[in-house]
Design a protein. Structure first.
Lengths: 851, 476
């Protein structure tokens, strides 16, 4: 029951978070505007997108362009800030939107028969609501649209601000917002920092709205005259010729990117969803293992009662139906509680975790509207399928037990059959996995392959348990008869705890796999960062202050990284500069490089480029291949040889490095400066920065600090994975504990016998513990190669396909031993409880029970 | 055991079914929730003008201030219209339009009715720096002391709207555009004179209105091969291929062969018996048009503005764009039709037209075969008799203002078109000119289904005189 609740809670929490993250992603690029195919943005730090660019392009016929300006601002009331997080204020040129086909589809009068609404429905005028909302934005009194939830938060903030003493509460339901005329009342109270009153706020429930307020662009500029025009959206498809003309018309510093960039983001987001979903499913599946064991336990305890029922003439079918109905009710109850818990969990996750998630995975977590009943039915459905399947195995067993008057062990032929079937399954699973891993490209197929590898591991374990235990037994000296008995018993146990052992095996394998992967990734990242971050200090900024100017005279050597974004084979890529001096040459970390000795000479000459793994894998290029790229400053397309493939962990973009002197500051962005100099020289620069009116502390980052900061970010990212590992182990151990309770009955006679021979209760229990730990130990031994294989697949196949970069696998024996220790400790702790409880039972009870 | 398996399968299928059905219902739930909320929002804002509704509607009412007390500059009977100054924008007035209608024909004798209009409205929602309230709620009626709109680099107090409509016998191309002042994509240029909104452009080589080149494009919205069947049978016949996007690109050369005509009293046009409704109004009724209509599957770039971006000074790039434009002509299967005919241009500016008393107007511009021109209109006002007036323009350019006593203008019948009944047949009598003519639209549905809807269509003239022209109906 508890495990079902946990399963349902986890599942529904993840569903809620997932749906809100999924819904809000769409708001990233589109605001309330559907069908955005391209965006135009500035790629220069000095030259910005302007109103003139916009009007110029429209005048030339590109009136599918919509100007969008954005600014992140706090909201004030009576000069006091009332928002915790800054809100995204977005201004759209609604006038241009109005006449786009999506919003206005003129219909001849002759076809307008009947009422307008009916007619609109007939003609399928696309989504009337946004249309009206946009019209509302442009022609009625200035209005801003926001999500009801955000309005609720603002109202709450204002109430809190007003009467802290009365401790007013946030309105409990949305109805409060809809009914009360907050739209008019609240707006008068909100101001910008400079005291300008915000426009009338209108709540509009749309999944595209998150932590933002959307209004007409003129209104945004009235409130925030300094807001930047952030992009021009292209609504609707551009024909090839249109695209060509548009690219020609754009000044050099403006770039047209199709929403592939958005898709890349969405790829990241979908990997986030995948991650969450995988977490939930793993949790769910492992919980099901517990359910299997729990049902087993339940039926076992009722076996006598059921047998009596049979003797009374109740048919087996009737008995099963009663059991199933019971499971049905239990599942319903569990899902109900689970969903309640899950929704609360998801609520807890926002907004504190919301911000963390946003930073970690660069997704916008919005206000997902999830119907409670819908969620309940979904979760209940999944749980029911799961628990019915889970019940099926014990029921099947029960069926056998009820059919026989005596519990008979499997015959030798049956055993052989099972043994062969296990080996056969192992062959099928591993064969399929092998084929998929070698030929499949799609991520989901690779994930299936991973699952198959783990399943084949299970089969191998099951097939080899007896021989392995027998093998271990040989090493136990005759001096310890009790240990020998115990190991023999574990052999018998292994036949009965198959499922629990498999659960443990899966947990251990994924534990080893994930840990090795994270460990390898960590090692690779540290090595890479240490080598790449070769300079003493780094400065991250957007051109203000000009570090090169300030560093003059201080003796500090400044290397700047100039950035361009360009398009290669229709995808956006980064074109970055890289300094060519000896020092920076040493700092480069190659995955693969040209054999040629004068690699750096060729790079300096501008004949060749370095590309990151993302580029090489994504576009399928190797070292020494020739690619055509635009020159970073002249944009003239020429051929370049790939001189080397470099590591570039975590970068979602394909990247090309070119020598610094090919870039021009006027055409490229510069955000990072690397500084090299003695401590006294740096001090001098620090003073210069201070003199220029900037805070050197926020500007200058020491490499060590930067490294620490990076690794901290790295570790934070994998906290979730660590947490997941522990949970999986715990659940596996719980599953084992359930199995033990069932099996405790089976070994009661043996235990009784041992105890009557004068062995103390503690000793017997220790021996029992030894048996289980032995089983776990064997499972761990089997899990090790599979864990290593798993991490290899994760790194070489899944990471390659999902992110286009890989890193070397580091197998650290210490890490594996550490996992052994933790796993056994967790198992020992969990199973010790039922064991010692049984141990406290007086011997006489067992003797009575046997008799 | 078999039964157990069956039962489990049945249960599983049942659960799957419920999950699938419910999740699809959920989507509907969400959308209906949005709808519900939207209607709440809309109802709360019912005071805001519903500019897209098809119910009887006063022309342009939603776009400009209509409160009598808070008008922009009032038309002055003593104002002397001078050119080219008065071709330009009169920013202190609430509403202004530059309005071209043309009766065209191709070499095969097919006729086309063409309308191109640029409207300028003063934004009723501009927030003003002193007191920060919309103009319409202010009581200051003296336009000179009116406060300036609060600065936003993305709007001044003007909104531009443009309509382009072309009718052939069976087709209607119509497009609408909106822009705000001060952004740079719409306005009136002085040297040389130009009217523009996005790539729609009226470009004169001089500081004067005419001669000029007009370029715009418009989208096909209706294609009835047999129009009469569709209307007479009352069948809501679906347009043939209307889903295929199809455009009409228009390039016209306009030349003026006669004088500008000042309507009313030296350009001060009174629109109601009590004189409260009036405008400054002049016409150019003697425009000869020749040009091409190009039908194509995709949009053809018609913008020929002087460009300011760095690339446009580069001849190489210009040629690339030109080449691309030419290739578009080829790609788009463009069909070019040479057309010529008569056009009529009006410019009118006022702050006293769009008030609550104005129900609408019926306006006619006629080119008679003898070279004479007639402008006639009937203003329909609430609680007042209709006000009918006009101008008779001789072929030599001399003109006579027709007072209500000089002119009889009657709608003969109402014709049902879609969900409306419109007066499409008229009788016009001017006794002093011995003129008694019937005016009938050449096609029933010439309704402009824009944000601001009205009827603008070609008419045929018969009776004592023959000719052609345009009928405009607003407020239906």
């Amino acid at each position: 029951m508890a495990s079902l609740i946990i399963a349902a809670a986890g599942l529904s929490a993840v569903l809620v978070i997932n749906s809100s993250a999924k819904q809000s992603y769409s708001s990233e690029q589109q605001f309330l505007i559907p069908n955005v195919t391209h965006t135009i943005t500035s790629n220069s730090s000095t030259l910005k997108l302007t109103k003139e660019n916009y009007s110029d392009l429209r005048v030339k016929g590109f009136y599918q362009l919509i100007a969008v300006a954005q600014t992140k601002q706090h909201i004030y009331k009576n000069g006091q800030r009332i928002t915790q997080r800054r809100i995204d204020f977005t201004g759209i040129d609604t006038f241009s939107l109005l006449t786009l086909p999506r919003f206005s589809r003129p219909v001849p009068l002759a076809e307008q028969v009947g009422s307008t609404t009916q007619h609109k429905a007939e003609m399928g005028v696309a989504s009337d609501e946004p249309n009206q909302v946009i019209k509302q934005l442009s022609f009625s009194n200035p209005t801003a649209v926001l999500h009801p939830q955000l309005l609720k938060q603002l109202k709450y903030a204002i109430d809190n601000n007003e009467d802290d003493k009365t401790g007013s509460q946030a309105p409990d339901n949305d109805q409060d917002i809809k009914d009360s005329d907050v739209n008019v009342g609240l707006a008068d109270q909100f101001t910008t920092q400079s005291g300008k009153t915000l426009t009338k706020l209108s709540a509009f429930e749309s999944p595209a709205l998150g932590n933002d307020i959307i209004m007409d662009i003129a209104e945004l500029y009235r409130l925030y005259p300094k807001a930047d025009l952030s992009m021009l959206l292209v609504v609707g498809e551009l024909t090839k010729t249109q695209e060509k003309v548009l690219r020609h018309l754009l000044p050099d510093y403006l770039q047209l990117s199709d929403t592939i960039a958005g898709e890349r983001d969405s790829e990241l987001t979908s990997s986030f969803h995948l991650n969450l979903m995988a977490m939930a499913l793993l949790m769910f599946v492992v919980c099901l293992f517990i359910v299997v064991n729990a049902v087993n336990l339940l039926l076992n305890s009722r076996l006598i009662w059921l047998k009596v029922c049979r003797q009374l003439g109740i048919s087996r079918q009737q008995l099963f139906i009663v059991q199933l109905v019971e499971i049905l009710f239990l599942t319903l109850l569990a899902s109900l509680i689970g969903v309640l818990l899950g929704v609360e969990l998801a609520k807890l996750a926002s907004p504190t975790v919301q911000a963390t998630l946003e930073n970690l995975y660069s997704v916008e977590v919005g206000f997902g509207k999830v119907s409670f009943i819908g969620l309940l039915i979904q979760v209940f459905g999944i749980c029911l399928i799961g628990s019915v399947c889970a019940t099926f195995i014990p029921l099947n067993k029960l069926n056998h037990q009820l059919a026989q008057s005596k519990d008979m062990p499997l015959s030798v032929t049956q055993q052989q059959f099972w043994n062969r079937a296990t080996w056969f399954s192992f062959g099928v699973f591993s064969g399929l996995a092998y084929i998929l891993l070698n030929h499949a490209q799609a991520l989901w197929l690779l994930l299936i392959a991973t699952a198959l590898v783990i399943l084949s591991g299970c089969c191998l374990l099951l097939a080899n348990y007896p021989s392995m235990l027998g093998f271990i037994q040989r090493f136990i000296p005759d001096r310890f008869p009790l240990l020998q008995v115990s190991s023999k018993q574990s052999l018998a146990l292994s036949g009965k705890t198959k499922i629990a052992c498999c659960a443990f095996f899966i947990a251990a394998t994924s534990n080893i796999g994930m840990n090795l992967m994270v460990d390898s990734f960590r090692g690779a990242t540290v090595g890479w960062l240490e080598q790449r971050l070769a300079a003493d200090y780094y400065v991250y900024n957007q051109g203000e202050p000009n570090i090169i100017e300030l560093a003059k005279g201080s003796g500090v050597a400044v290397y700047q990284r100039l950035e361009n974004y360009t398009s290669f084979q229709g995808k956006e890529i980064q074109q970055f500069s890289y300094p060519t001096d000896e020092f920076n040459q040493q700092a480069m970390v190659f995955y693969d490089k040209s054999e040629s000795e004068n690699l750096w000479h060729q790079f300096k000459q501008g004949n060749g480029v370095l590309v990151n793994q993302q580029f090489a894998f994504g576009f399928e290029y190797n070292v020494n291949d020739v690619i055509e790229l635009p020159h970073p400053s002249s944009a003239k397309v020429s051929s370049y040889e790939i001189l080397g493939i470099i590591y570039d962990f975590g970068n979602p973009y394909a990247q090309v490095l070119m020598p610094l002197d090919m870039f021009e500051l006027s055409k490229s962005k510069c955000c990072i400066y690397a500084l090299q100099g003695t401590e006294s020289q740096i001090d001098l620069l620090r003073e210069n920065i201070l003199l220029a009116g900037f805070d050197p502390k926020t500007q200058l980052l020491k490499t060590k600090e930067l490294l620490a900061l990076s690794m901290q970010a790295f570790d934070n990212t994998f906290i979730i994975t660590d947490g997941l590992n522990v949970v999986t182990l715990l659940v596996a151990a719980l599953s084992l504990a359930c199995a033990i309770i069932v099996l405790m009955n089976d070994i009661r006679p043996q235990n009784m016998l041992i105890r009557s021979m004068g062995v103390s209760a503690l000793k017997t229990q220790l021996l029992a513990l030894f048996q289980y730990l032995l089983l776990c130990f064997v499972a761990l031994i089997f899990a090790t190669p599979f864990g290593i294989l798993l991490s290899w697949i994760l790194i070489v196949d899944i990471n390659y396909q999902a992110f286009s970069w890989t890193y070397p696998l580091i197998i650290s024996p210490m890490k594996i031993l550490q996992i052994y220790a933790t796993s056994l400790l967790v198992v020992a702790t969990v199973i010790a409880i039922p064991l010692f409880r049984a141990g406290r039972r007086p011997l006489i009870e067992d003797i009575r029970w046997v008799n | 055991m078999g039964k157990l398996i069956k039962l489990s399968i049945l249960l599983t299928v049942l659960v799957l079914f419920v999950v699938v059905v419910f999740s699809s219902n959920r989507i509907d739930d969400v959308s209906s929730n949005i709808e519900e909320l939207f209607f709440n929002v809309k109802n709360k804002n019912s005071d805001s003008r519903n500019i897209g509704e098809a119910s009887p509607q006063n022309f342009g009412r939603g776009l400009s201030t209509s409160d009598q007390q808070h008008l922009g500059e009032v038309a002055d009977p003593n104002y002397v219209i001078t050119f080219p100054k008065d071709h330009y924008s009169h920013a202190s007035f609430d509403i202004e339009w530059w309005y071209l209608t043309a009766n065209l024909a191709d070499e095969e004798g097919n006729t086309y009715g063409l309308q191109w209009t640029l409207f300028r409205f003063r934004n009723p929602n501009a927030i003003y720096s002193s007191g920060q309230e919309p103009l319409k709620s202010r009581t200051d009626s003296n336009p000179k002391s009116r406060p300036k709109a609060e600065q936003s680099s993305w709007s001044n107090e003007h909104i531009y709207m443009a309509h382009a409509s072309v009718h052939s016998d069976s087709k209607h191309w119509f497009s609408e555009k909106f822009a705000r002042g001060d952004v740079g994509n719409a306005g009136v240029g002085k040297t040389p004179f130009k009217l523009f909104i996005d790539d729609w452009l009226w470009q004169s080589p001089t500081v004067s209105l005419l001669p000029a080149k007009l370029t715009f494009n418009s989208k096909l919205i209706s294609n009835h091969t047999n129009e009469n069947d569709a209307y007479q049978n009352g069948v809501n016949e679906k347009n043939a291929n209307i889903d295929d996007v199809s455009y009409l690109s228009v390039q016209l050369n306009l030349s003026n062969t006669g004088p500008y005509v000042l309507q009313g009293q030296r350009g001060y046009s009174i629109k109601s018996a009590d004189g409260k409704h009036a405008s400054h109004y002049y016409s150019a009724p003697f425009i000869e048009v020749e040009g091409t209509l190009t039908m194509s599957d995709s949009l053809i770039f018609s913008g020929h503005h002087e460009h300011n971006s760095p690339k446009n000074n580069n001849k190489e790039n210009e040629t690339v764009v030109n080449k691309v434009e030419k290739s578009i002509d080829l790609i788009a299967n463009a069909k070019q039709i040479a057309v010529s005919g008569n056009a009529w241009f009006d410019q009118e500016w006022t702050s006293q037209l769009l008030d609550q008393a104005t129900l609408g107007w019926d306006w006619l511009s006629l080119h008679l075969d003898n070279g004479d021109k007639i402008m006639a209109f009937q203003m329909r006002l609430k609680d007042q008799p209709n006000y009918i007036t006009g101008t008779y323009i001789n072929a030599d350019g001399s003109s006579t203002t027709l007072m209500p006593s000089d002119i009889e203008l009657n709608a003969i019948e109402l014709t049902p078109v879609g969900n409306k009944e419109l007066p499409l047949n008229w009788q016009l009598r001017i006794n002093s000119k011995r003129l008694n003519i019937s005016i009938k639209t050449t096609k029933n549905d010439q309704w402009n289904p824009a944000s601001v809807t009205y009827y603008e269509g070609t008419v045929a003239v018969s009776g004592t005189h023959n000719g052609e022209g345009f009928l405009e109906l607003t407020g239906y």
